[in-house]
Design a protein around this ligand. Structure first.
Ligand code: PEP
Length: 255
C-alpha cells in the first residue's frame, strides 16, 4: 500500500555559512530544488541566517526551520531563541534533540520534551532527533535505546495533526562520518519507532507521523532508504550544503 505520508527532505546546515554564504546557498537552492507535491523541503540554517534565508526563499516552495529553540517565551536567557522569534521569520519547523546538542551541550530527553511542547503550542513542527551511539549499536541494544528516547521525548504530548510532528532517526555513528546505516538497519529502528508511537498515540496517528533517516545520506544512497516502509524522508547534514546534491536528493524523493 502506498504511504499516505508526504515525504520530507530537511537540510541541517549546522554551524556553517555566514550571512553572505547563506544568501548564496539559499539562492542556489531556490533555483535548483524542484517543486513537487509529493515532497516537502525544509532548510535549517544557523539562527543568525534565518532572517536572510527566509527572505530569499519566500517565493519558493522551500520551507524554513530552526536548529534549536528554548521553551521559555522571553527574558533573561542569553544566547537562546524562542518559538516566537522562529515564527517571526516564518520558520515552520525546528530540529530538536540533535545528537550534537545532546553530546556537546548536554541536552536531556526532558529538555527535548519541553522544546517539543513549546514548539507545538506555537504551531511549529518539531523534527525530534533520536539515535544510538556506536557503543550501544555494538552491544545490540539500539532498538531498546531508541524506543526509550521516543517514550521520554514524547511524554505528555498531544498530537492532533500527525503531519505536525516529525521524528528523525540518526544513528550517531553514521553522522558526518561517511559511514551509513544500511536501509535495513534504518527500517529496523524506524519500524520500532512507529510501533512505539502507535502504542502511545494510536495506530492512525502513528501512521501519519513522518520518520526520517539521517546519517551521511547523499544522492547516491537516498533512494535505498526511501524504499523502506517506515522511512519517509531524510535529515541531511553535509550534503545539504551543496545545492546540486540537495536538489538531487529532493529529485530522488519525488520519483
Ligand atoms: C545531521 O547532522 O543531521 C546529519 C545527518 O549529518 P550528515 O548528513 O552530515 O551525516
Amino acid at each position: 500500500m502506498p504511504s499516505k505520508r508526504t515525504r520530507l527532505i530537511a537540510g541541517n546546515w549546522k554551524m556553517n555559512n555566514d550571512v553572505p554564504a547563506a544568501k548564496e546557498l539559499a539562492e542556489a537552492l531556490v533555483e535548483k530544488v524542484p517543486a513537487s507535491d509529493s515532497v516537502e523541503v525544509v532548510i535549517c540554517p544557523p539562527t543568525i541566517d534565518l532572517a536572510c534565508t527566509s527572505h530569499k526563499i519566500a517565493e519558493s516552495a522551500i520551507k524554513l526551520g530552526g536548529q534549536n529553540v528554548y521553551w521559555e517565551e522571553k527574558g533573561a536567557y542569553t544566547g537562546e531563541t524562542s518559538c516566537g522569534m522562529l515564527k517571526s521569520v516564518n520558520a515552520e519547523y525546528c530540529i530538536i534533540g540533535h545528537s550534537e546538542r545532546r553530546d556537546y551541550f548536554h541536552e536531556t530527553d526532558e529538555d527535548i520534551n519541553k522544546k517539543a511542547k513549546a514548539l507545538m503550542a506555537a504551531g511549529i513542527t518539531p523534527i525530534s532527533c533520536c539515535g544510538e551511539s556506536l557503543e550501544v549499536r555494538e552491544a545490540g541494544t539500539h532498538v531498546a535505546f531508541v524506543v526509550d528516547q521516543i517514550k521520554k521525548d514524547t511524554e505528555g504530548l498531544t498530537i492532533t495533526d500527525p503531519s505536525k510532528y516529525v521524528v528523525a532517526y540518526e544513528p550517531i555513528w553514521a553522522i558526518g562520518t561517511g559511514k551509513t546505516a544500511t536501509a535495513a538497519d534504518a527500517q529496523e529502528v524506524c519500524g520500532a519507532i512507529r510501533a512505539t508511537l502507535a502504542e502511545i498515540f494510536g495506530q492512525e496517528t502513528a501512521d501519519g507521523i513522518r520518520i526520517l533517516y539521517g546519517g551521511s545520506a547523499k544522492p547516491e544512497n537516498i533512494a535505498g532508504f526511501l524504499a523502506e516502509e517506515d522511512v519517509d524522508g531524510a535529515l541531511v547534514g553535509g550534503a545539504s550544503l551543496k545545492a546540486d546534491d540537495f536538489a538531487a536528493m529532493v529529485e530522488k524523493a519525488a520519483e
